[in-house]
Structure formats: structure tokens, C-alpha cells
Ligand binder design. Structure first.
Ligand code: NDP
Length: 252
């Protein structure tokens, strides 16, 4: 009965921001579970840096997730090449900290557009392909513990990541009839480019002390949740947000 629940053999997955810390781990995790994986990233040098791990440049699409026609073309090219799209991981993201009083409209737009509008656009075109394919699908949105908290200096990021929860629920309800499940993963603190330098600071140490697991996350810690939400083990799970944070969000 458990056989195949966590196998992604025969599935095709698209992971946005797959040249970055968390996205690369998610993509390699799906690949390890048997999926054919295509990743996206904007930075040519970073894309080249991960080429070998994804079987060559053909598995990497240069894409800005805020660009609707580019997103539409990216999804179409995956379907054209592999005949289907089963899994979308909306992972691409960025970060610009500033207090509300000093935050520019550009700081706001670049963060909200990348996380929220980008996830909406990728989901829209991926869901169309999944509906057309007629075999259901899985959309996994990467939120954050800041989908739950409102920390100072992060109004753009917290608003975007909280929006991911509403996007997840509304899409889950709308797409359920097509056999598409939509869920979110809420990572805690992970050492990647976005958090570069923080672990070595007093703040980084506070994070470690507050986290019941007693450490920062490593991108590989997210793979189990990703494979679960991408595979048939989660066929009756939709609209949920799963923290993968070593207990950070429930600790005092
Ligand atoms: P990285 O900076 O390592 O990766 C970010 C990725 O997003 C890169 O691949 C980057 O590619 C891509 N990206 C950024 N902007 C765009 C864009 N406009 N269009 C397409 N791709 C884009 O950070 P992480 O791996 O840590 O972050 C991945 C996700 O995890 C993000 O959504 C982040 O908010 C979330 N997260 C991270 C946490 C952490 O502690 N690290 C905690 C909670 C959530 P390129 O550089 O080529 O544009």
C-alpha cells in the first residue's frame, strides 16, 4: 500500500529559483525521487554553476518570474519537451530589508512582485497545463515563517509571504476539481544567499537558541516535505501550510 507513495518516477517538475540555495536542494530532491526536473534562474553564472547537477543547460530556463509572457513560454517549453507538467515549486524569491518609514516603493514592488505575483503567474500557466493534461498535479508554494510573523524591517517580505497563504488556499479550492493539490512549505531560518552572514551574528545565535532543534536549517531539511507534497502520498492534502523550521514558529 505504501509502494510508490513517495516515488516521482514519470513526473515532470518545474522549480523556480532552482539555482539558489533552497531551490537547488528542492530540485535535486525531486530528481532523487525519480522526477524529471527543469529549474529556472535569471543569473547566467549561477545557472552555469548548477548545470552539471541537472544534466546540462537544457534543464535550466532563464526566467524572471515577474514577466508573464516569459512564464507562459517557460511552461509551454517544458510541456513541449517532456509532454507534461506534474509539479510546480514556486520557490524564486528575494529580500530587501528597510523600516516602513524608509521603505521605497521599489523595495516594496520588487519583493511583492517576485514572491506573490511571480507565484501567481507561474501557478496560472502551470495549472493550465495540468488541467489540459487531465492527470491532476501539485503546486507547492514556498512561504516563510514570516507568513506567520510580522517582524520589523520586513513589511514587504511579510506581506508577500502572508499573501502566499491566501494564494495557496484559494488555488487549492479552485483547482481541487481538477485533481490539483496546492500546498505551502514555510521554511524557518536557512543559511543561503538571502540570509548571508546572519548565522555568524548575535541575531543568528538568537535564532539557533530559539529553535527547538538547536540549529539553523540546511536546505536538504526541506526535501522530505517537498517530496511528500509533490507525490501521491499527499493526494488528499490541500491548502495547508507546513512549517519546516525545527520548531522555530511554535517556540517562545
Ligand atoms: P537564494 O537567494 O539562494 O535563492 C533565491 C532564488 O530566487 C535564486 O535562484 C534566484 O535566482 C531566484 N530569483 C530571485 N528573483 C527572481 C526573479 N525575479 N525571477 C526568477 N527567479 C528569481 O535564497 P533561498 O534559496 O534562501 O530562497 C528560496 C526561497 O525560500 C525564497 O522564496 C525565500 O523567500 C524562501 N525562504 C528562505 C529562507 C531562508 O532562511 N533562506 C527562509 C524562509 C523562506 P537568480 O539569482 O538567478 O535570479
Amino acid at each position: 500500500m505504501t509502494q510508490g507513495l513517495f516515488s516521482l518516477t514519470g513526473r515532470v517538475a518545474l522549480v523556480t529559483g532552482g539555482n539558489g540555495g533552497i531551490g537547488k536542494a528542492l530540485a535535486l530532491g525531486l530528481k532523487g525521487a525519480g522526477a524529471t526536473v527543469v529549474i529556472t534562474g535569471r543569473d547566467r553564472a549561477k545557472n552555469r554553476g548548477v548545470e552539471a547537477e541537472f544534466g546540462g543547460a537544457d534543464s535550466i530556463i532563464r526566467l524572471d518570474v515577474r514577466d508573464e509572457s516569459a512564464v507562459s513560454c517557460a511552461v509551454a517549453s517544458v510541456v513541449e519537451r517532456f509532454g507534461r507538467l506534474d509539479v510546480l515549486m514556486n520557490n524564486a524569491g528575494n529580500f530587501r530589508a528597510a523600516s516602513l518609514l524608509d521603505m521605497s516603493l521599489d523595495d516594496w514592488n520588487v519583493v511583492v512582485d517576485t514572491h506573490l505575483t511571480g507565484s501567481f503567474l507561474c501557478a496560472k500557466y502551470a495549472a493550465r497545463a495540468m488541467v489540459q493534461g487531465g492527470e491532476g498535479g501539485k503546486i507547492v508554494n514556498i512561504g516563510s515563517m514570516y507568513s506567520l510573523y510580522g517582524p520589523p524591517g520586513f513589511v514587504n517580505y511579510a506581506a508577500a509571504k502572508t499573501g502566499i497563504l491566501g494564494l495557496t488556499r484559494a488555488m487549492a479550492v479552485e483547482l481541487g476539481v481538477h485533481g490539483i493539490q496546492v500546498n505551502a512549505i514555510l521554511p524557518g531560518w536557512y543559511e543561503t544567499d538571502i540570509t548571508q552572514g546572519v548565522p555568524a551574528t548575535e541575531r543568528g545565535e538568537r535564532v539557533r537558541r530559539k529553535t527547538p532543534a538547536g540549529r539553523w536549517g540546511e536546505p536538504g531539511d526541506l526535501v522530505g516535505a517537498a517530496v511528500f507534497l509533490a507525490g501521491s502520498a499527499s493526494d488528499f492534502v490541500t491548502g495547508v501550510a507546513l512549517p519546516v523550521d525545527g520548531g522555530y514558529a511554535i517556540a517562545d
